[in-house]
Structure formats: structure tokens, C-alpha cells
Write a protein that binds this ligand. Structure first.
Ligand SMILES: Nc1ncnc2c1ncn2[C@@H]1O[C@H](COP(=O)(O)OP(=O)(O)OP(=O)(O)O)[C@@H](O)[C@H]1O
Ligand SMILES: [Mg+2]
Length: 366
């Protein structure tokens, strides 16, 4: 039996999701999963690089080493849990940690892939976004082709929208005709997480409970929705360069909402994620199935708001169709590694804006 491993550590900076996958001609199976939580110190160090700091080159290489030791220990834990030896794994697809995303110039995912290959003795595929960027694309989102491979049923009568709500949120549109479209819709959890951490010292609003105690402030919401990004046509992708705590604080300073409480801001941010996702889906169709994945699928307030807002659509968690929401991005990187090893393209030019289909990734042999 041969396997692939996929690893994702996203813009939420919550930790590393790793999955062990098996692929046959028509089927992909999730065998096991592992989550490794980032320490608060590691999270602050990554944030420092995201925001820009002194001595960046030195710090980024040290951080790439530290992250890669963690990627390796997550791989070990995954294999140990299943009693599988490394020689049975064809490759690890590891996204790395994004600290800068500035298309069309560059995008940076920290990883020391040589170290990861050395520790695990498995081929490592990384740097998935660079080739798409070189071909004129945004380098993101890369998951739509995978979403199609995973979710698309044959003879579908309606569009399926797959929405990943991580730090940022992105939508893939799997049309009834068989086409794939998609783009980043804007902030997923990033603003909610930052506001939560600032006010109640928690990494995120568990199950959306805090947001549920506040009211949406419509004046502030309308102000937030004026952000240019929400009105740009695709292809488009975004990151912490735009949507972060500084962006939120600037909006608060520029909008006159004197009596707004911290929980009302939380409720409004939850609505911002809801509305910015819904607006993009509504630009694409007026009905269909919407499958929500990523950590945001566990936020019950957010899920309830999406269901209420997207009337005419059937809104489900990926759990309802058999896939743990927290695993899907990592599964995508196992699939992307397989595409690279088999020299098959994986970007969707209409999604990223690249000149054409490209094989994505760099291989570091075991
Ligand atoms: N029980 C929960 N209730 C509310 N929110 C949750 C819960 N569990 C996770 N989350 C949210 O999900 C986030 C993590 O999601 P995820 O790992 O999908 O994002 P990510 O690491 O940014 O990945 P990517 O960039 O690939 O989308 C957390 O930061 C938090 O905001
Ligand atoms: Mg994550």
C-alpha cells in the first residue's frame, strides 16, 4: 500500500493539520489525521514576520527550521498512530507557513523542505504557489481543482460551492456543466480571532458564543463592506497584508460608532465574514449547494448566519457529507503533492489568472 501525506498550517496560525491519504483511480480515502497546536510564542514570532520586523532574513530562516521540525514531528505522530513505515509514503505535500502574499511579485511560505525530507526520509513537495505566480497568476486559491476532485458528483443538476473558512475565506464554484471557478472572498476567521484575542484573551470565539451575545451594528457593517477588495472582480486573492487587526482598528477609527460594545463588534465581524462570502456566491448563482469547510465550519453562529443569509441555497458543513472540516485543506496538499509527483497540472487558470495549466511544486527527494 502506498500513501501520501498532506500538511497545512494556515493564516489563522492555530497549528499544523496533517493527514494520511490513499488514492486509487477513482477514490481518495482519508486514513488518519493529526493536529499540532502552535505555542503562543511561535504564533507571535510568525505574526512578527507577517507584519514586518528587523532582521527578517535571519528570523525567517530560523522560523523555517523550527516549523519544519514541527512538520516532521507531526508526520512521525501520524505514521506511528497507524504503524506505517516511511517507505510506504510516496511524498509529503507541505504548504509551509505563509508570511507574505503579494501577487503578482511574490508569495512566501516558510519551510525548510530539505530538513523535513532529512527528518522523515520521504520526498517532500513544497512551494506550490510559485509556478502559478511565474505564469502570471495569483498563486491562490489552489484548492478549487481538489474541491472538484473531492466533491463533484457526476450528473450534478446544480452548482456546488465549496467555501473554506480559514484565516481567509475562499470559494470554489463547481458548476453543473463541470467547470471550476473560484477566488478568495476576504476575511474568514482572521478578524474575529484578532478581536477575540484582544478583548477576551482567547484564540477564537468558541462556537461563536461571544458573537451571539452581541448585536450587528449595521452602520459599522456597511462601512466595512465598502472595502475595495469586496468589489474587485476575480481573479483575486488576499491575506494578512490587507485584513488584520490594524485594518480593523483603522476602520473603527474612521467610522463614527461611539457606543459600540466589544461584543457588538464581534457580532458585526461575524456578519462581515457571512456577508462577504454570501455576496460572492450570489454574484455567481442564485441557488445550489454550499459546503462549508475549514475551522469556520465549527463556529455555530457563523454557520447559522450563512444558512439564514443564503436563502435558496442548501448550506451544509463538510461534516454532513462525510469530511471533517479541519482536514480538507491538508487533504488538498496531499492531492497537490500527488499531482506534482505525477507531473499533472493542478492550478485552474481561470481561478488564479495564470496563462495556462502548470505542474505545481518543488520536489526535495528523500
Ligand atoms: N470550535 C470552534 N468555534 C469557532 N471557531 C473555530 C472553532 N474551531 C476552530 N475555529 C476557527 O478556525 C480557525 C482555524 O481554521 P483553519 O485551520 O481551517 O484555518 P487556517 O489555519 O487559516 O487554514 P487555511 O489558511 O488553510 O484556510 C481558528 O483560528 C478559529 O478561528
Ligand atoms: Mg489551521
Amino acid at each position: 500500500m502506498s500513501y501520501y501525506i498532506g500538511q497545512m498550517s494556515g493564516t489563522s496560525l492555530d497549528g499544523i493539520d496533517s493527514v494520511l491519504m490513499q488514492f486509487t483511480d477513482n477514490k481518495m480515502t482519508l486514513i488518519a489525521q493529526h493536529h499540532l497546536e502552535f505555542s503562543q510564542t511561535l504564533k507571535s514570532n510568525i505574526l512578527k514576520l507577517c507584519n514586518g520586523c528587523e532582521n527578517e532574513l535571519h528570523l525567517s530562516y530560523l522560523l523555517a527550521n523550527e516549523l519544519s521540525e514541527l512538520y516532521a514531528s507531526s508526520v512521525s505522530a501520524l505514521l506511528l498512530s497507524q504503524g506505517i513505515a516511511s517507505e510506504h509514503v510516496i511524498a509529503i505535500g507541505c504548504h509551509g507557513q505563509t508570511v507574505r502574499h503579494r501577487p503578482p511579485e511574490y508569495t512566501v511560505q516558510l519551510i525548510n523542505a530539505a530538513l523535513l525530507a532529512e527528518r522523515c526520509n520521504i520526498d517532500v513537495v513544497c512551494d506550490f504557489r510559485a509556478r502559478d505566480l511565474a505564469a502570471g497568476g495569483q498563486g491562490a486559491p489552489l484548492v478549487p481543482a481538489f474541491h472538484q476532485a473531492l466533491f463533484r458528483q457526476t450528473e450534478e443538476k446544480q452548482d456546488t460551492f465549496v467555501v473554506n473558512i480559514g484565516g481567509m475565506a475562499n470559494v470554489s464554484q463547481l458548476t453543473a456543466r463541470g467547470d471550476v471557478l473560484g477566488h478568495d472572498t476576504g476575511p474568514g476567521n482572521v478578524l474575529m480571532d484578532a478581536w477575540c484575542h484582544l478583548n477576551i484573551q482567547k484564540p477564537y470565539d468558541e462556537n461563536g458564543q461571544w458573537a451571539a451575545t452581541g448585536q450587528v451594528n449595521t452602520v459599522f457593517l456597511e462601512h466595512l463592506l465598502k472595502e475595495d477588495y469586496f468589489h474587485l472582480p476575480p481573479p483575486k486573492s488576499t491575506g494578512r497584508e490587507l485584513f488584520d487587526l490594524a485594518w480593523l482598528q483603522k476602520q473603527l477609527a474612521n467610522c463614527s460608532v461611539p457606543d459600540i460594545s466589544a461584543q457588538d463588534i464581534m457580532s458585526t465581524l461575524t456578519q462581515l465574514t457571512t456577508d462577504s462570502i454570501a455576496m460572492e456566491i450570489e454574484k455567481l448563482n442564485h441557488c445550489g449547494q454550499v459546503i462549508i469547510c475549514g475551522g469556520g465550519a465549527l463556529n455555530q453562529t457563523l454557520m447559522a448566519r450563512l444558512k439564514k443569509r443564503l436563502k435558496g441555497f442548501q448550506v451544509l458543513s463538510s461534516m454532513d457529507v462525510g469530511f471533517d472540516p479541519q482536514c480538507i485543506e491538508a487533504m488538498a496538499f496531499a492531492w497537490l503533492a500527488k499531482q506534482c509527483i505525477e507531473r499533472k497540472s493542478a492550478n485552474v487558470p481561470r481561478v488564479t489568472g495564470a496563462k495556462g495549466a502548470r505542474v505545481l511544486g518543488a520536489i526535495y527527494p528523500a
